[in-house]
Design a protein around this ligand. Structure first.
Ligand code: GAP
Length: 443
């Protein structure tokens, strides 16, 4: 588990180094929104690319989709979101603060000294009422009920409503999945813990359709596959756990749900939910749309609604988990070194290239190497300050390799490679740099 105080240090590093900034900051911010800076956007994209590669590109049984954020309102009536996608909300009439009724015990009243809501004599808490988490807006110029649409709170429904399109336009056969990455919006009552719970975030979801009799097996397979995925990108097994929901916790249609949880600096938190949704979604959309969404099995000549296993991961939440896992401080030669030990596959910058000094043709040679590598990866050229300082700057950014051009380079065409984690330095030929990186960046 991360050291106490890690989250505060990480938030500060993220701002200072351009990973994540508070949304709309110069106007005082907008709670629950975050902007991804130059390093953050690369990290987030690498996480999404790794997910897409491992779940779509590298598999034969999953196809991709990118559906619209705005959908016909009936989609959300069919899915149950319009009625049931709610959190219980309690208001305090005295201080105007709002709390989630199910989190009162962990919430703090804004008055000082710090107490829970309801513990001051002045507190006037209302009864809990249902608060729908979907953001509402209007299509067209008239703000009327008939024009109401929602910003999607999940990408899943886009995949269910395109089930027939995908079956008709491709050669998919059960079992198969549809995968989608995209923005989702939830009007969270209490956004918190940095990018862990925000009002705008990104999801990476798979709807995996299978024959009902194979669904339990697929449910288990997806639990193992997804757990192993986080480990393959650097989350330690001891910081991960699979938590099967108790019967009382399950949504009425769910035949089983388990969460992959990560040990964040404040405790265990959900990274991804894997749900066995039976045929609930397809049957609801069939009912509300009046369209036949059954699947015809060529071999058995049977027509039926497939069952669905849904691994639903938060891309922005995974970003926080990978950052927490990677963050380390250590003593090196009497100084504190801050380092992000990100998997090379996820690291925003793959290599930094330095001339040892700004003379004797070193900047030109280093720049030529940089320009060559830039065709393949995000790399960074830096000639400012002592080399030790440049290493430290890259350590904080999570850059796995630093290549230094020095006096020897002109003589034998070699550079120094310094590895972020071990800090060891070796020499390799300029001609070998590309292969050196290929071997280490592609798993
Ligand atoms: N279609 C299923 C679905 O959306 P979910 O458990 O509500 O399931 C999936 O969300 C994942 O999305 C969660 O495991 C979490 O990683 C992420 N997530 C949910 N709400 C979030 C929020 N407010 N901010 C950031 N990530 C969130």
């Amino acid at each position: 588990m991360a050291e106490p105080g890690t989250l505060e240090k990480l938030v500060s590093l993220c701002k200072r180094r351009g990973f994540v900034y508070p949304g709309s900051e110069i106007y005082g911010g907008l709670t629950g929104t975050w902007d991804y800076g130059p390093l953050g956007v690369e990290l987030l994209r690498n996480i999404k690319n790794a997910w897409w590669h491992d779940n779509v590109t590298a598999r034969d049984d999953i196809v991709g989709l990118d559906s619209a954020i705005l959908m016909n309102r009936t989609v959300w009536q069919a899915s149950g979101h319009e009625d049931a996608f709610t959190d219980p909300l309690i208001d305090c009439k005295a201080c105007k603060a709002r709390f989630r009724a199910d989190q009162i015990a962990e919430s703090a009243c804004p008055r000082k000294p710090s107490k829970h809501p309801g513990e001051f004599a002045e507190c006037q808490l209302t009864e809990a009422r249902k608060f729908n988490l979907m953001f509402k807006t209007f299509v067209g110029p008239v703000e009327e009920s008939a024009a109401t649409v929602y910003l999607r709170p999940e990408t899943a429904q886009g995949m269910f409503v395109n089930f027939k399109n995908v079956c008709d336009s491709t050669r998919v056969k059960l079992p198969f999945g549809i995968a989608q990455i995209g923005k989702a919006f939830r009007n969270e009552i209490t956004p918190k813990q940095f990018i862990f719970r925000s009002r705008e975030f990104e999801l990476m979801e798979i709807e995996f359709f299978c024959k009902p009799e194979t669904s339990q097996e697929w449910y288990r397979t997806w639990q193992d596959t997804r757990f192993a995925w986080y480990q393959s990108l650097g989350l330690k097994g001891s910081n991960l756990r699979l938590r099967e929901h108790a019967k009382e916790e399950l949504a009425f249609y769910s035949r089983g749900t388990s969460d992959i949880e990560y040990q964040f600096p404040w405790g265990w938190g959900e990274l991804e939910g894997i749900a066995h949704r039976g045929d609930y979604d397809l049957s609801q959309h069939q009912k509300f749309s009046g369209k036949d969404l059954t699947y015809f099995d060529d071999e058995t000549k049977e027509r039926f609604l497939p069952h669905v296993i849904e691994p639903a991961a938060g891309a922005t939440r995974a970003t926080l988990a990978f950052l927490c896992e990677a963050y380390a401080e250590e003593q090196v030669e009497g100084e504190t070194r801050t380092v992000l030990r990100l998997s090379p596959r996820l690291a925003p910058v793959k290599a930094a290239i330095f001339p040892l000094v700004k003379k004797e043709g070193m900047p030109e040679r280093a720049m030529a190497i940089c320009n060559d590598l830039k065709k393949h990866w995000p790399v960074f050229y830096d000639e400012k300050g002592a080399v030790g300082r440049r290493y430290r700057r890259q350590d904080e950014a999570g850059t796995p390799f630093c290549l230094t051009v020095d006096g020897q380079t002109a003589q034998d065409q070699t550079v120094t490679v310094r590895e972020r984690d071990s800090m060891t330095q070796t020499r390799i030929g300029v001609d070998h740099i590309r292969n050196f990186l290929i071997e280490r960046l592609i798993d």
